[in-house]
Each structure stands twice: as C-alpha cells, then as structure tokens.
Design a protein around this ligand. Structure first.
Ligand code: 5RP
Length: 238
C-alpha cells in the first residue's frame, strides 16, 4: 500500500487503526463495512490490500455511500441478506467507553450499522483517540424516528428522559442544506444533547418502549474490540 503524505494527525490515527483492523481480514471472509470518515479510510485500505493480494471478499455495506465507494474501488458489495452471516464488521464510532459501549450515528447510518454489526461474528471499531471517553454522552445521541407523527415521538422521548432523571435536554431535528436529513431508510434523525448517560442500558430500554423510534445510536455489548490509532502510526486495543 502506498504511503499517503500530508495527513492530518486525526487522519493518520484513523489510518493506523484501519490498517490494524484490516490485518484481521482473511481471504474468503464475509465483511461488514462501516460508514463515516474513518470507514472511508478503512475501505480504501481494504480495497488496496484486496487488490494487491488477490483476496476474495464479500462485503455488506452499512450505507449507500459506503456501498458506492467500495464498489468503485473494486470490492464485491452484495445485499446483506444475499451474503447472510458475516465474519467481521469494521466500523467507526463517535464515542467508545471502557466497556466497549458506543455512541454511533454521527453519519446517520446507525440503523444499518447496528443490523450489520449484530449479523457479524465480530465487530471491530476503529477510531482516533478523541473518540475514547469514560462516560458516553458528550457527543449527541442520534435517534432515528419515522416521519409519521415524529413530533409526538419527540414528545414521548422528552417525557422518557425526564422520567429517567435526565432532565430537559435539547433535541434537534437533524438537517442538511436546510432540509430535514433523511436516512437511507427514509427516516428522520433526532439528535439528543444529554451531556452524560449514566445508565445506557436503562436509556436503551426507554427508547424500546416508544413507538416511532426505529433505532438509537447506543451500541451496548455489540463491539468486541476497539482499535485506537495514534497519529504516530501506533495503535492501542481496548
Ligand atoms: C455513522 C457512524 C460513524 O461511524 C461515526 O459517526 C464516526 O464517524 P467518523 O469516522 O467520521 O468520525 O456511526 O453513522
């Protein structure tokens, strides 16, 4: 693989994590490919390695953007249901805590990301050091909701947060170019500013009780390994 030049420290860290994760890939594997800027670096590196070594891989993508990128680089991308169970998923994250619980969905792809991760023997997160936290919640928590009655869903979320003692928190309808952001599934995203999530499992149960919530960005007990890259090219595993 060629050595990229002029990388920012953050991109150098993402590259280091990507390369360490890609070292886990073996010929014949069925892979889940994540979404986001770290996943873009990983997919480029994966495609370069697959080309150089003639690896035969089957890939399921967690977003249309990743599917388009991976296909354009020569990776074989197929619908998840056509591939079936996956050996390994490699994805980024917005936050990783010491128990490998995550916040994901900064790119709005957490619904497909969670399905793909749960359909894998192993989920490996790749991230730069800025993603490692003691307690989840400083990053906004994305919640995907269906369009029908979304303001009622938002109200029910507010009531649930209050009932859980999380108080009144800002909730923003995600927008892009002034218009509501639509996920690959045609749903809306509500971004919750919670500051800290003392009991992620309880919060996840709260979302499960609200009709209209399709999926939230808490990934609890799903990640098997987090590879944290550093700008000097080294990595730390959590
Ligand atoms: C997309 C995600 C991403 O993995 C997460 O937002 C991290 O993105 P980046 O690598 O750009 O920091 O969950 O839905």
């Amino acid at each position: 693989m060629s050595e990229p030049t002029d990388l920012s420290p953050s991109d150098a860290a993402k590259l280091a994590a990507s390369r360490a994760a890609i070292a886990l890939v073996e010929d014949g594997m069925k892979l889940g490919l994540g979404t986001g800027s770290t996943a873009v670096i990983m997919v480029r590196e994966l495609a370069a390695r697959a080309r150089a070594e003639g690896l035969s891989l089957r890939c399921a993508a967690t977003s249309q953007a990743t599917a388009d990128l991976a296909s354009s680089l020569g990776l074989r991308v197929e619908p998840l249901d056509q591939i079936g169970w996956l050996d390994l998923t490699i994805d980024g994250a917005d936050e990783v805590d010491p128990d490998l619980n995550l916040i994901k969905g900064g790119g709005g792809a957490h619904l497909r990301e969670k399905i793909v991760a749960r359909a894998s023997d192993r989920m490996v997160v790749i991230a730069d050091p800025g993603k490692v936290v003691e307690t989840l919640g400083a990053f906004h928590l994305p919640v995907e909701v269906i369009q029908f009655g979304w303001q009622i869903t938002e109200r029910l979320i507010r009531e649930m947060l209050e009932a859980q003692g999380l108080g009144q928190r800002p909730i923003l309808l995600r927008k892009r170019d002034g218009q509501p952001f639509l996920t690959d599934e045609g749903n809306l995203i509500l971004d919750l500013s919670l500051e800290a999530i003392p009991d992620p499992a309880r919060l996840a149960r709260g979302f499960a009780d609200i009709p209209g919530v399709v999926e939230h960005g808490l990934f609890l007990g799903i990640c098997d390994l987090a590879i944290i890259g550093k700008p000097d090219g080294s990595v730390v595993e959590l």
